[in-house]
Design a protein around this ligand. Structure first.
Ligand SMILES: Cc1cc2nc3c(=O)[nH]c(=O)nc-3n(C[C@H](O)[C@H](O)[C@H](O)COP(=O)(O)O)c2cc1C
Length: 154
């Protein structure tokens, strides 16, 4: 499947085959593809929780308006972000880059985010959103469907 097809054929699917299981190789492939997404300053703010426990899944389903996908899907990732990832040893995000790039970008990170709470949150959300779209299209290209689910926190 090419990229155009994956974009056009992706849908937020409501029911999945609960008996289907992802292999570890497929899970690793999906995560590896999703991790190719861009992120601001390469900070990769996303922190994914792969929920396999059935009781936890049932609880999460309840919290998500009893949506069937939460317990039926072969994989369930809870997506969180580290809004403060920018200040946690940021040199590590550039460790594989040429020294010239490290020397410019790493010292730029702290003044860019320091004291700007809204910007820190926006950047984490933007990066997570782009990663999720990358994951959804990757899943489609692997022959799988996907559904983003929102939980209102109430
Ligand atoms: C942030 C976000 C939250 C969403 N939450 C849900 C959800 O809780 N349940 C659901 O079935 N679809 C959810 N969706 C899917 C949208 O309803 C869906 O993408 C939209 O109606 C367009 O349909 P399509 O993706 O099948 O083309 C969500 C999508 C996004 C981007």
């Amino acid at each position: 499947m090419n990229t155009f097809e994956a974009i056009r054929e992706r849908r937020a699917v409501k029911h999945f085959d609960p008996s289907h299981e992802f292999t570890k190789q497929e899970t690793d492939q999906l995560l590896d593809l999703a991790m190719q997404a861009p992120s601001s300053f390469n900070i990769q703010h996303w922190r994914l929780v792969n929920v396999t426990d059935k009781t936890l899944r049932a609880n999460l389903r309840e919290a998500a308006n009893n949506q069937a996908q939460v317990t039926e899907a072969s994989l369930l990732f809870v997506v969180t972000v580290d809004i403060k990832a920018w200040e946690k040893d940021p040199a590590r995000y550039w460790v594989n880059a040429p020294k010239e790039a490290q020397d410019i970008l790493v010292p730029w990170i702290h003044p860019f985010y320091s004291g700007k709470d809204q910007l820190q949150r926006d950047e984490a959300m933007r990066s997570a959103g782009i990663m999720l779209q990358t994951m959804m299209l990757s899943a489609k290209a692997m022959g799988y469907d996907y559904c983003p689910i929102v939980e209102s926190g109430s």
